[in-house]
Ligand binder design. Sequence first.
Ligand SMILES: Cc1cc2nc3c(=O)[nH]c(=O)nc-3n(C[C@H](O)[C@H](O)[C@H](O)COP(=O)(O)OP(=O)(O)OC[C@H]3O[C@@H](n4cnc5c(N)ncnc54)[C@H](O)[C@@H]3O)c2cc1C
Length: 389
Amino acid sequence: MRAIVVGAGIGGLAASLSLRRAGVEVTLVEQTARFTEVGAGIQLAPNATRELRRLNVLAAVAAQAARPAHVSFRTWSDGSEICRYALGREAEDEFGAPYLVVHRADLHRALAAAVPPESVRLDTVVVGIDQDDDCAHVTTASGERLTADLVVAADGIRSAARQWLFGEDEVVFSGTAAYRALLPSAEVTDLDLPPLAVWLGPDRHFVHYWVRRGELLNVVAVFSTEEAAQESWTAQAEPGEQLREFADWDPRVLSVLERAGRVHRYGIHTRTPLKRWSQGRVTLLGDSAHAMVPFQAQGAAQAILDAAVLGDALTDATPADVPDALDRYVRRRLAGATSMQARSARAGSEFHLPDGPEAEARNARMAAYAAEHRFMPQATAWRAKALDD
Ligand SMILES: Cc1cc2nc3c(=O)[nH]c(=O)nc-3n(C[C@H](O)[C@H](O)[C@H](O)COP(=O)(O)OP(=O)(O)OC[C@H]3O[C@@H](n4cnc5c(N)ncnc54)[C@H](O)[C@@H]3O)c2cc1C
């Protein structure tokens, strides 16, 4: 069995590993000429780290990650704690895998190191995918035509494959944008920050956590805006712009934003849920299928789950079985990923409630839930397993 995976992001790399584990010969095609250190923090809940363990990369990822003991939800104006939920050893014991926070480049590097270099073709832009009854084909910008038994399009939120398969459909601006920054930990030690915190305020929320073994603080400051901002991991904010957006927030938030050197600004986009992801021998995976707002921190995790299920669906399949195996993969993943898209959007609305009765009711609800349960409500999704026990 041969597969072509388009896109060597988190989902494409994980899919390559999972398919290889299932005995499939994989060619991974990526448009960038080399992997560079772009991006910032990514959270990996136990549903993702469990699968990274099955792919034999968990130890390498964990060696570069941080393990927050808990997440603290706080009030925007004075930092008073609304509630906290356990994430550390307790979560690992409960869910059978750790909660990690990691720089995307470290996660990417760990996954890429496990993929045989001879199976990766960098600097190769895919410009078309087509298929017949027996094979699927990928056409590259240089005019080459590659053939395999299946094609997995893990080409990210701006997926062209999605359009080739299912027609015109654009990315959707979420009405939110974010400032992102990474600060050396030494620059914020005096602020006594918790390991992972989400500060909630009207039309805004502020997230920070340590990455790279605690050496860097990852900061994401999200705000509602009607002005459609660019979806880019490299666009920079105007100097001091972030301070104006969060001007009246708790002084600790302002201190972090003041000390942030290079600040990126990016518009948060999603994709409309699809009714199907595959057609014959070609399927979507990760953001190309279900890009979501990051307010449940599940974007990368959902791509990793897709990869795990895809490998399971292809195990013992023959080339003739591919369309059925892809249908099995989609049946197993589509509902869960689609509901995570909706949950993430709802979380954003809850986070951004105006001060007053609604926010007070939310805070009371969160505090009551935390008093009764050790883990946050979304932890129910961390039990999702690629394979049934
Ligand atoms: C450079 C970069 C930095 C990011 N940084 C962060 C971050 O800091 N925090 C965060 O939460 N999320 C980040 N993301 C998004 C995050 O990786 C995804 O939301 C999630 O991991 C799902 O992964 P994915 O594999 O579906 O998509 P992605 O990780 O976006 O990967 C898609 C891959 O497909 C490749 N590709 C696209 N079109 C083609 C084509 N026609 N031919 C060949 N290759 C193609 C892209 O170059 C990319 O490598 C980043 C994505 C990228 C690409």
